[in-house]
Design a protein around this ligand. Structure first.
Ligand SMILES: [Cu+2]
Length: 670
């Protein structure tokens, strides 16, 4: 197919012409992620102090941020002092240390008892190897007709916590396996159902093999990969996003971003992935504070199947695994458009070194194809319209079977959109049923959907808790709940009823569930030219919360998902919505504990924690790979400006310049 080949070559040309990679330079900002040298320094300082040795495993080596007030005041060239929080394991014991990198000192080391830190790849491998060698597991597999275990892929996962399980002092991985002889890129489609091994990686042994009976393994999954055996529809004529005259954003060091009145700092962390800090808006020359920090704080993915092989499945993906740890390299031209700039990251490894993630993030401008605003007069003949262009920062962690596209979108009308797209492979339970016409169907699909022969996708949720530390024109802000209330007019008014809008400030730390959804963070200490208190609205059009009682596990471990929004007093130690150590946690940690005694939040520094989610009732269309399903939160100015902030959008594009934007280093091309 020469036509096809030509088109592919053309795309490859465009990719090589426009893709570029930015990489972080030396530490030029106090909020940069630790670089390779700093991670090595931290480990060396701890080694010299006798706190760690070659057998120590590290679950976190991350920046300990300077205090917030100092960061808002920090300017390019000001002194930079660096500290690190380190979590490490010596044998079964967990420690947390604070290191002053700048003065090469150990500030503190504390043993953390009764907690389990996030899982390590080395433990994952250990659990895999122990399972494959275990005689009881082998017996269970032989019973299912497997004699050659080379065709099996075992995928250890964390057990959460269910009362009555004797996990005290143990570090558990549950190990289900999949038949993979006929799949390269679809390893979760053919579960060997009804059996899993329970491994204690502290004791390095299989402590149980749960076997509830033999279930057929589903047939091989149809291939969706680009391997020439998929019947593609005819290729499209190119529909592409390019910036032929260069990008309009500036990237500085590692990494400060400037675009269309916005400026912010970007870093990449092992636990939360992208962290955006110091978000400012240049309002006609005045750099106004918008948000100190925004990041995805925690995720919760509980499955709704009561059988022993499934009931424990309720994952806290950020805290148990790590979104940066599981980041996948972005595929140019597919995961991000042709005009994207890619940013490589280094992630601290289990052994106290770093591993590189090429193209961990991308940043790009997107022509939305929509008007930012428009109006027509004179019977539609006179039109004023301005095209909208967004700036997007993206990463995609692959958490086992699922891929989550995490986007931070900045608009020209001063909105910030936190978007999350779920795609990848449904978790599959093997069943007898081949068709909904079968007599077994009613039983097999009570808790899920038949998506292929012998394959049920159990119902489940995805909850995403964001930590958004807004500082609207300053640190002291007030949270208000807006309300629309019917208003009865006097009898002589034929209209009789309208509605009115008013806002009630929250005095103490609080949660929002089924309420109005009209939520604002405002600065009552400032007034705009019109006399308004500048505000930002938290808009969540699709609010999904867990209907389950926080009295029972696993819901008790992720109480954040019971409410759409939590509002807390700023506390720099409160970063993770389900607590610092969610692995095997017994519940109640994080947000519910922090607001147990509600603090005064009236005209104080506050943090909002919106949760967006999906009750995922799988459908046939989600198989064999799920079309991306998006959710989003918008942080929207509300009387923050005195008029439409995008009024000055230029209807023309700049004339192409010969010289490319010098801030875009050409770097390595794909
Ligand atoms: Cu899902």
């Amino acid at each position: 197919m020469p036509g096809q080949k030509l088109k592919l070559t053309f795309l490859a040309f465009l990719i090589s012409a426009f893709s570029s990679i930015a990489s972080a330079q030396q530490v030029d900002h106090p909020l940069n992620a630790l670089d390779t040298d700093e991670v090595a320094n931290v480990v060396s300082i701890l080694t010299q102090a006798g706190e760690v040795d070659k057998d120590t495993l590290f679950t976190a080596i991350r920046l300990k941020e300077p205090v917030k007030a100092k960061m808002w005041a920090w300017r390019d060239g000001d002194p930079i002092s660096r500290k690190s929080v380190v979590i490490f394991r010596r044998g079964p014991k967990t420690f947390q240390a604070i290191i002053d990198i700048s003065s090469s000192k150990v500030v503190s080391v504390e043993e953390k008892t009764g907690v389990e830190s996030s899982v390590l790849i080395s433990e994952w491998r250990t659990a895999q190897a122990l399972t494959l060698k275990d005689p009881n597991w082998q017996k269970a597999m032989r019973k299912r007709g497997f004699s050659n275990f080379n065709t099996l892929f075992c995928s250890p996962i964390l057990p959460g916590y269910l009362p009555g399980r004797d996990y005290e002092g143990k570090r558990i991985l549950n190990v289900p396996c999949y038949e993979v002889s006929k799949s390269k890129n679809h390893r979760y489609g053919r579960p060997v159902e009804g059996v899993f091994a329970v491994v204690d990686v502290n004791a390095k042994k299989v402590i149980d093999v749960v076997d509830t009976g033999v279930v057929p393994v589903p047939a091989p999954v149809s291939n969706y990969e680009d391997q020439g055996n998929t019947a593609f529809r005819p290729a499209l004529n190119p529909v592409i996003n390019v910036s032929p005259a260069g990008a309009n954003f500036k990237l500085k060091g590692g990494l400060q971003v400037e675009w269309q009145n916005w400026s912010f700092h970007l870093r990449f962390e092992r636990r939360n992935g992208i962290v955006i800090s110091l978000v400012r808006y240049n309002d006609k020359g005045e750099l106004r504070k918008v948000a100190y920090q925004m990041a995805l704080s925690e995720m919760f993915v509980p499955y709704m199947d009561p059988y022993p092989t499934w009931s424990y499945k309720a994952f806290l993906d950020a805290g148990e695994y790590g979104l940066g740890y599981l980041a996948s390299s972005l595929r140019p031209g597919q995961d991000c458009p042709l005009n994207a700039v890619y940013i490589n990251a280094v992630v601290p490894s289990d052994t106290g070194k770093v591993f590189p993630v090429e193209r961990a993030m991308c940043i790009f401008e997107r022509a939305t194809g929509d008007p930012a605003w428009r109006h027509a007069e004179n019977a539609g003949r006179d039109v004023e319209s301005r095209r909208a262009v967004d700036l997007v920062v993206r990463m995609i962690p692959t958490v086992g079977n699922y891929d989550y596209t995490l986007d931070w979108v900045f608009t020209q009308a001063a909105d910030i959109k936190l978007r999350l797209g779920a795609t990848g492979i449904l978790a599959i339970k093997g069943v007898e049923t081949k068709s909904m016409k079968d007599s077994t169907a009613k039983h097999d699909t009570k808790f899920g959907t038949l998506v292929a022969e012998n394959s049920v996708a159990p119902n489940h949720d995805h909850y995403f808790s964001y930590r958004i530390d807004l500082d609207v024109d300053g640190l002291n802000n007030t949270f208000t709940e807006g309300k629309v209330t019917p208003f009865t007019l006097p009898p002589e008014n034929p209209r009789r009823e309208i509605w009115t809008f008013d806002q009630t400030p929250a005095k103490f730390e609080t949660t929002m569930g089924e309420q109005s959804g009209l939520w604002f963070v405002k600065n009552t200490n400032k007034k705009t030219g019109l006399g308004h208190s500048p505000s930002l609205e938290i808009e969540m059009p699709t609010r999904v919360v867990s209907p389950l009682s926080p009295a029972f596990s696993p819901q008790s471990r992720a109480v954040f998902s019971n409410k759409s929004l939590w509002v807390t007093a700023y506390d720099r130690s409160q970063v993770y919505a389900a607590g610092n150590f969610p692995n095997q946690s017994k519940g109640g940690d994080g947000l519910p504990a922090w607001i147990a005694t509600p603090q005064d939040i009236s005209n104080k520094d506050i943090v909002v924690w919106p949760t967006i989610g999906i009750h995922h009732i799988p459908r046939a269309e989600d198989w064999p790979i799920m079309p991306t399903l998006w959710r989003e939160i918008t942080v929207r100015p509300f009387n923050f400006f005195e008029e439409n902030p995008a009024l000055d959008l230029n209807p023309a594009f700049a004339r192409p310049q010969k010289k490319q934007n010098p801030s875009l280093r050409p770097g390595k091309t794909e």
